[in-house]
Design a protein around this ligand. Structure first.
Ligand SMILES: Cc1ncc(COP(=O)(O)O)c(C=O)c1O
Length: 312
């Protein structure tokens, strides 16, 4: 996860100097929001996948959490992300912007803290492993319920929300699975700990509606790519046994990309490997992200090393 520089409040600081104070309320209460973005190595050089949409969601998360007087604009944050990648000279990387509370006083009131922003980048390979990308991953339905939409705000990437994901993921991995599937408060399939979920049945693609999930940018990309390929995509409630009966199940997210689930709750899904529809969508996703797909120009923003530092 190392890089030469991390951007903090308008300055590029060295990795070892990118620290927060122990009394930061973000550390104590999970008061922060973040994004996860990928920059891909393409034939035309490094390119950031759907940067504007990710930064829009970051600003939406700030707004949903209720941070007032956020000091950066969308354009400034996009510029800062380009600047950070350029400073570290990555050809591909993961990008982690974080809005956090720099300093005390400690308290549960957002308005008493100083809002700060950092942007870290690092080289990050496959999230669920190379084998999972090729053959599919193993998942278990978690005993932890996904966040209720009025207990916390499920559309925002609030740092504290991720304790729910950590609880589910840790027990899944300790039990020998790659990922946990989380059910919503009514018992319908919601999403995984860091990915959205799709199933394929009789050639049609189904995915849970947006009510209780994070509105994933990869989810939106997959829906558009699937429609481009002529598939029907239906957003409707999905039950646990519909997962078991599916011909294919796959998950997607910025970190995980597009990965089949070959086994859920000790039941093999379809033929127990990556099915043909998932394969097509995975291929289409990587072609797009790596610059050779029909939507590459629409969704990729190239990082130019020729430009001078943008500075904000
Ligand atoms: C809970 C959750 N669901 C879904 C996703 C997938 O979202 P995206 O495709 O925008 O990365 C993520 C990752 O950000 C996530 O944390």
């Amino acid at each position: 996860m190392k890089s030469d520089y991390i951007w903090i409040n308008g300055e590029l600081v060295s990795y070892k100097d990118a620290n927060v104070h122990i009394l930061s309320p973000t550390l104590h209460y999970g008061l922060g929001v973040f994004e996860g973005i990928r920059c891909y190595d393409t034939v035309k050089g490094p390119a950031i996948f759907r940067l504007k949409d990710h930064v829009k969601r970051l600003i939406d998360s700030v707004h949903i959490l209720g941070i007032l007087d956020f000091p950066y604009t969308h354009a400034e944050l996009c510029g800062a992300i380009h600047e950070t990648i350029r400073a570290n000279r990555f050809s591909s990387c993961y990008i982690r912007p974080l809005v956090y509370m720099a300093d005390g006083p400690l308290g549960l009131n957002l308005d008493t803290s100083q809002t700060a922003v950092s942007i870290a980048t690092w080289e990050w390979g496959t999230f669920l492993g190379e084998e999972a990308l090729d053959k599919g991953a193993k998942a278990i339905v978690s005993s932890f319920t996904r966040l209720h939409p009025n207990v916390t705000m499920t559309k925002a990437k609030i740092t504290g929300n991720y304790v729910n994901s950590v609880l589910a993921k840790t027990i899944a991995v300790r039990s020998g699975f790659d990922e946990a599937i989380m059910l919503d408060t009514e018992g319908y399939v919601a999403e995984c700990t860091g990915e959205n979920l799709f199933l394929v049945r009789n050639g049609k693609i189904y995915t849970p509606p947006r009510a209780a999930i994070l509105e994933g940018i990869t989810r939106d990309s997959v829906i558009k790519l699937a429609k481009d390929l002529g598939f029907e995509v239906i957003e409707e409630q999905i039950t646990r046994d519909q997962l078991y009966m599916a011909d294919e199940v796959f998950v997607c997210g910025t970190a995980a990309e597009v990965v089949a689930l070959r086994e859920i709750d000790y039941r093999s899904i379809g033929l127990g490997n990556m099915g043909p529809v998932t394969k097509k969508l995975q291929q289409s996703f990587f072609e797009t992200a790596q610059g050779t797909g029909p939507r590459s120009d629409e969704w990729l923003e190239h990082v130019s090393y020729a430009e001078a530092s943008i500075g904000i």
